[in-house]
Design a protein around this ligand. Structure first.
Ligand code: SF4
Length: 294
């Protein structure tokens, strides 16, 4: 069970975010309090961490960086089924939980955009925290932003991002259903590979995001992303790692090739599609035989 401090911290966070949205009062009904207890039990974040996020969230516009939640479907035969909201009170509790997730993600995004923890901040145009559904089945993780992403402050918006969109749609999802991020949130000069110390400096942001998002599956795209998330895999080739489950923060992680690599090696689309089919099986989702991603 969460402590009273944790419940109060989450309640304060919720109220702060509603006020930041411009509301002059925030309803904290019994249903919301019950949901906060469940949320605190699941996330079990330390009071200090939760308070810091709440303080950060209260200092930035709520609409900044946070996409509105959309419905995510997908029960699973191999993973615990998603909670199904069956009453207005349950719906309200779910909406509140998504709002809280969005607020916490916005706080992380704000921290990324002003971060100077590693040298990569010096050459960036924009930090790229990642974006998407605050309650996703799948978190896609790449290496680091490229030029288009750096210019727009959004993850996977260039040519590789367009291919990723097709891959996501071939799986039966939309980009709005999933969350997309990178190991490093700032673009390395000339798109060089991030250094290990740069990855280590940035990983706490991704860990916080994972803790909030609680995805059912992570798809790590490219050798560098896999190396960043699972350092002990560094001596293995991505061609050997792909298709085999690893874990990050206790969540199943599927390594596969990066979409940018597929743009140069279309023959690799077939093994990537096999990896994504494996992800769908893990989620208990229908598995299309053929990819429509080209
Ligand atoms: S790459 Fe990460 S750790 Fe480095 S400055 Fe950017 S946000 Fe901070």
């Amino acid at each position: 069970m969460p402590t009273l401090q944790e419940i109060l911290t989450d309640t304060a966070e919720y109220v702060a975010w509603k006020l930041e949205e411009g509301e002059t009062s925030a309803e904290v009904s019994r249903a919301i309090l019950d949901e906060l207890v469940v949320s605190s039990t699941r996330t079990s974040g330390s009071p200090a961490t939760a308070a810091a996020v709440a303080q950060h969230a209260a200092s930035i516009p709520a609409e900044q960086n946070a996409e509105k939640p959309s419905v995510v479907s997908g029960a699973s035969s191999t993973l615990p089924p998603a909670t199904t909201a069956t009453s207005p009170m349950a719906d309200k509790g779910k909406d509140m939980k998504d709002e809280m997730r969005a607020a916490k993600l916005a706080a992380i995004a704000a921290a990324v955009r002003s971060c100077t923890l590693c040298p990569l901040h010096a050459d960036r145009t924009n930090g790229v925290p990642g974006q998407g559904n605050p309650n996703p089945d799948i978190l896609f993780v790449g290496e680091a932003p490229g030029a288009d992403e750096d210019a727009q402050g959004l993850a996977f918006v260039g040519r590789a991002g367009q291919l990723l969109t097709k891959m996501i749609e071939a799986m039966g999802f939309t980009r709005e259903d999933v969350f997309i991020a990178n190991v490093n949130k700032c673009r390395p000069p000339a798109n060089r590979k991030p250094l290990r110390e740069e990855m280590d400096a940035c990983l706490p942001y991704l860990r916080q995001q994972v803790k909030i998002l609680q995805p059912k599956v992570i798809v790590a795209m490219g050798a560098t992303a896999v190396e960043g998330l699972v350092p002990e895999s560094v001596s293995q080739k991505i061609s050997d790692l792909r298709g085999h489950w690893l874990t990050f923060e206790g969540i199943p992680l599927m390594p596969t090739y990066h979409p940018a690599y597929l743009l140069r090696n279309s023959a690799m689309k077939k093994p990537v599609w096999a990896d994504l089919q494996e992800v769908l099986r893990k989620l208990g989702r229908p598995v299309p035989k053929r990819s429509t991603s080209g």
